[in-house]
Design a protein around this ligand. Structure first.
Ligand code: G6P
Length: 585
């Protein structure tokens, strides 16, 4: 979290970095600031969104052709001007922006204060400014003084013509260049207008490949939609198609991957799978667990990455540990995968952002190819994750008990998905009308079973993230063990009830809710009339294989959350307190 962008070249730097910063605002928007080399060093900062900083700067932007800028997601210290980055040293000759947490900041701060440094903020970051200042005034060149003081977080150097940039991710610089160099942890970059060099903290200067970014500017803009979230929901037929592209082998009833880096022999040796992730990605992991156990017959567990990494997990060389992450930067997921690797496991990443930290850390991976996801609430990445998990299940299953006929059936169903997702999207206006009725709800319960239990969790998460309505997801039958006490005529209950293996059971659960006066919104299979009398509102989705129903059933729930949040006047793309890329623990 936190977005960083820097520029050095021949243009006036301030508008370039402010423009880049706006593309990184999804990483945090508690405060923003920039520092410009303009003769001396000038620092400008403001609490809140970048627009507020811009308003304060007015039209008279500072001159100077070198600048760094920052948008903050607060960890240490409230989102005030004093805590906004950049942070200067005592002498005001260097300014620093930072992403991450310095865990020993307290001790360092005490020591630096004793040595006469004056702190002006409560942030952990400011200790770095003073540490570098101290090293530099002892005579160390700036690069060495910086190297001595710090350790890393995601950052890239982008190479322009007579100008260079640094940024947290490529979206900040796509308007200017698509050539980037990804830095590894422990790397340090010295960037000048016409030149840059990358050094490893331990091993010195190193050669790093220049990567060409595939995404262009159009893919990271709203393209006529009111919000990124709506655009990304609507893009799902295409994003699902892109996840499938070139991977289905219908004749053989299996799939092929380019970057798995694990041979069929090695895959056969896998005795256990652990899937680890956070947030929405954790929900897709739960669907993956059901798929792997049902079709590939491999014992599979799902762990929150933040739990896995701290609890002495049982993992060895026969365990395949799969990390799922849209951004590829989530600190806990990255650390969990490192821990798994250290214990000898093979690691795979299901990642959307090409070249991200997780993509570079794992032994092999499956890129989602969903395209950039900017809205903080994840939508198209989720459906692509489910599809990627189905592909991997198919691969693992076909190496084991799954017959060619079963394999072909899954391949055919996968190939149809983009068209079916498009069909669900034609229901948007219906969903919008239902949303009207829920705008004033204070609590909403989401219930599903089997493959659609994780969809219930995801539906509830979408609603609470962007509309601030309290929502809970539960396995439908578990409702009897607690949430049923909450049900009255004020409590809307969303049932995900497609015609699958547990359909009858879900119908009984709906009866139980109706008997207590609950208001039922049901996601049902097209043509299923069983719920006509029971449900207050129905939203139909097309029929598909049970394991793929989540790709369709989640779409109306994304739309429902979206329309409710819009009607409540919430900032859909930048919900309060959240950030898209959580690079702190
Ligand atoms: C944040 C985002 C969520 C996302 C989660 C995991 O909480 O707001 O939308 O699901 O991080 O992110 P990842 O990039 O690892 O999938």
């Amino acid at each position: 979290m936190c977005g960083i962008v820097g520029y050095t070249g021949t243009r006036t730097a301030a508008p370039v970095v402010l423009e880049g910063l706006k593309r990184l605002e999804y990483r945090g928007y508690d405060s923003a600031g920039l520092a410009v080399v303009n003769g001396g060093l000038e620092v400008f900062r403001a609490p809140g969104k970048i627009a507020i900083l811009e308003r304060e700067l007015g039209s008279d932007l500072p001159e100077g052709t070198t600048a760094i800028a920052h948008t903050r997601w607060a960890t240490h210290g409230a989102p005030t001007t004093a805590n906004a980055h950049p942070h200067a040293d005592c002498g005001g000759t260097l300014a620093l922006v930072h992403n991450g947490i310095i865990e020993n900041a307290g001790v360092l701060r005490q020591a630096l204060t004793k040595r006469g440094h004056v702190f002006r903020s409560q942030t952990d970051t400011e200790v770095l400014s003073h540490l570098i200042e101290e090293n530099h005034t002892k005579g160390m060149p700036l690069v060495d003084a910086t190297a001595e003081a710090l350790r890393g977080s995601p950052l890239l150097v982008a190479i322009g013509n007579g100008e260079n940039f640094v940024a947290s991710d490529a979206s900040a610089v796509l308007a200017h260049t698509r050539s980037v160099v990804y830095l590894d942890d422990g790397d340090i970059a010295e960037v000048k207008p016409t030149d840059y060099r990358i050094m490893d903290l331990d091993a010195g200067e190193k050669e790093t490949p220049v990567t060409h970014v595939e995404w262009d500017l159009a893919t990271i803009e709203r393209g006529g939609y009111a919000h990124f979230m709506l655009k990304e929901i609507m893009e799902q037929p295409e994003s699902v198609r892109n996840t499938l592209r070139g991977r289905l082998l219908e004749e053989e009833g299996t799939v092929r991957f380019g970057g798995l880096n694990i041979s069929a022999d090695e895959l056969l040796k896998v005795q256990r799978i652990v899937i680890t992730a956070c947030g929405t990605s954790w929900h897709s992991a739960l669907i993956g667990e059901y798929m792997m156990e049902e079709l590939a017959r491999i014992p599979t567990e799902v762990e929150y990455a933040s739990e896995f990494r701290y609890r002495n997990p049982i993992v060895d060389e026969r365990t395949l540990v799969i990390g799922i992450s849209q951004s590829g930067e989530t600190a806990d997921t990255l650390a969990a995968l490192r821990e798994a690797k250290r214990r000898g496991a093979r690691t795979l990443g299901l990642v959307n952002v090409v070249g991200s930290s997780i993509a570079r850390e794992v032994d092999g991976g499956i890129y989602l190819h969903a395209g950039p996801e900017i809205g903080v609430a994840s939508t198209k990445a989720f459906t692509s994750q489910i599809v990627a998990l189905a592909l991997l299940t198919l691969k693992m299953g076909r190496l084991r008990a799954l017959s060619i006929l079963q394999g072909r059936e899954v391949v055919r169903a996968l190939a149809k998905l983009p068209e079916l997702v498009a069909r669900v999207l034609t229901k948007a206006a219906e969903v919008e009308q239902i949303a009207e009725r829920l705008v004033r709800a204070q609590n909403v319960l989401y219930l599903g079973r089997g493959y659609n239990f994780p969809v219930a969790l995801e539906g509830a998460l979408k609603l609470k993230e962007i509309s601030y309505i309290h929502a809970e997801g539960y396995p439908a039958a578990e409702m009897k063990h607690g949430p049923i006490a909450l049900i009255d005529d004020l409590m809307p209950v969303v049932f995900i009830a497609p015609k699958d293996g547990v359909h009858q059971k879900v119908l009984s659960n709906i009866e139980e809710v109706k008997a207590r006066g609950g208001r039922v919104i049901a996601i049902v299979t097209e043509g299923d009339t069983a719920l006509d009398k029971l449900a207050d509102h129905r939203i139909e989705i097309p029929e598909t294989l049970d394991l793929l129903t989540p790709v369709l059933s989640v779409v109306p729930l994304q739309l429902l959350a979206y329309y409710i949040a819009v009607r409540r006047g919430c900032n859909v793309d930048q919900p309060r307190n959240l950030a898209k890329s959580v690079t702190v623990e």
